[in-house]
Design a binder for this molecule. Structure first.
Ligand code: FAD
Length: 394
């Protein structure tokens, strides 16, 4: 066994990883090619993922399924990495339903909301999505235009959302809207659970993406959707806090997905560099190639440590805004670099679809954008550093 692997993961975590790898081999690998070629939405595999307990690990034990339910964010990073290493778009769909949608409900939902809107999603029977981003509003979440007005015993929701993963497939969505425009969004934003069957819910279209085959990312429109008051998540005015609460754990899980694209890309580069002979020797003997491999492996290991560190801190109940941002910035850049270098090492083969590295590269690029761009995350890291510095001085 790799000595670092031994130190980084506990025995139970390694056992869980083997369980996830076997699931991937049995249930995902046989469909990989079809998903990539035909870009089908793997609804049935998501159901199996739920049944196998792979959407339960970072939800409380009584909400989840299987013996690993409630184990925490480290376990979620293991699922995210392993599923992403086979089909990145599938993990995007899984994570959107289990984490992006699921976390706000498991942390802020009432018992009734958890029963009705979360448990079937965690079991893979229903699909969830999270709606924050809009055509005119991305990084500046506080500028949100979607709004909800109090009406009778509920709220009337109007607006548009864009780039919503699972948007066209979701049975349930956790949607953010402004409920009081006279104050800052920190107090004036609220979160609602809506159903795709509610009158006024419209899918405008699925977006045509650079990568992430298998995922659906949609533009949605809400026209006078009546949301009953039982579907308010948390309290009116809690929306901004709920939204921010979800993002830290999402960012760690995205960092883990990035490990999942980089790892097979590195493996392919190592393999190819030993087989490909030019100038009478395998290309691994040229420093132009083997130094790249050294850098790729070093960056991957550093990204894994940052990811695991932030997940372990989160599992201990600590605030990880800075650590999660650092892990995502570093791991997603690492994945883009490693995949880029893998293409280079494979030469012409790297540019051919059948060798997969060009796909890992296209998939990896998204993660520097979604869940908070690397620029916004750098803003957060420096803000937290100066806050810590001030606390030390006071
Ligand atoms: C495939 C995909 C799936 C997604 N899934 C979801 C989802 O399920 N739910 C959801 O709500 N959203 C989702 N998103 C949206 C995603 O979170 C946003 O794309 C992201 O937050 C950036 O917003 P934007 O695209 O509007 O870019 P913008 O905010 O317009 O930013 C454009 C550029 O300007 C930079 N920039 C902006 N402000 C600053 C600043 N203050 N300082 C420095 N640079 C700045 C950005 O870093 C970026 O480089 C998804 C996006 C994609 C592409």
């Amino acid at each position: 066994m790799d000595v670092n692997d031994y130190l980084m993961y506990t025995e139970e975590e390694r056992e869980f990883r083997e369980y996830v790898q076997k699931f991937c081999l049995d249930e995902i690998v046989p469909h990989e090619e079809k998903i990539q070629k035909e870009n089908i939405y793997p609804r049935e595999i998501i159901r199996k993922i739920g049944q196998a307990g792979l959407m339960s690990v970072h939800h409380p034990k009584d909400i989840g399924v299987g013996k690993y339910a409630g184990k925490g964010l480290v376990y979620e990073t293991i699922v995210a990495e392993e599923v992403s290493a086979v089909v990145a778009g599938l993990d995007m769909a899984r994570m959107s339903t289990a984490t992006l949608y699921g976390k706000p409900i498991s942390r802020f939902g009432t018992t009734e909301q958890i029963e009705k809107y979360l448990k079937p999603v965690i079991r893979g029977e229903k699909i969830g999505a999270l709606g924050i981003t809009e055509p005119n509003v991305g990084s500046d979440v506080a500028g949100m235009e979607t709004h909800a007005e109090s009406k009778d015993d509920g709220y009337l929701l109007n607006g548009r959302k864009k780039y919503i993963t699972n948007g066209s497939q979701a049975d349930y969505l956790c949607v953010f809207a402004i409920t009081d425009s006279t104050v800052h969004a920190k107090q004036g934003m609220s979160a609602f659970i809506i159903e795709n069957t509610m009158p006024g819910f419209k899918v405008v279209k699925d977006l045509d993406l650079m990568g992430m085959h298998g995922a659906r990312v949609s533009e949605l429109k809400f026209e006078n959707i009546f949301v009953p008051k039982e579907n308010i998540l948390g309290k009116i005015g809690d929306g901004f806090a709920i939204c921010m609460d979800e993002l830290d754990s999402e960012r760690v899980a995205i960092a883990a997905e990035a490990l999942g694209y980089a790892r097979p890309a590195l493996e392919k580069a190592i393999e190819h560099s030993q087989i490909r002979v030019q100038f009478d020797k395998p290309i691994r003997y040229f420093e132009g190639v083997n130094f790249k491999i050294a850098d790729m492996a070093t960056e991957l290991e550093a990204a894994r440590l940052l990811t695991l560190n932030s997940a372990r801190l989160y599992d201990k109940g600590l605030s990880i805004t800075k650590e999660a941002a650092m892990a995502k910035i570093f791991a997603t850049k690492m994945a883009v670099n490693v995949c880029d270098n893998a293409i280079q090492i494979l030469g012409g083969k790297g540019y051919e679809k059948e060798n997969k590295v060009e796909r890992y590269y296209r998939d990896a690029k998204l993660m520097e954008i979604g869940g908070g761009t690397s620029e916004i995350l750098r803003y957060l890291v420096q803000r937290e550093i100066f806050k810590e510095n001030k606390r030390k001085k006071d």
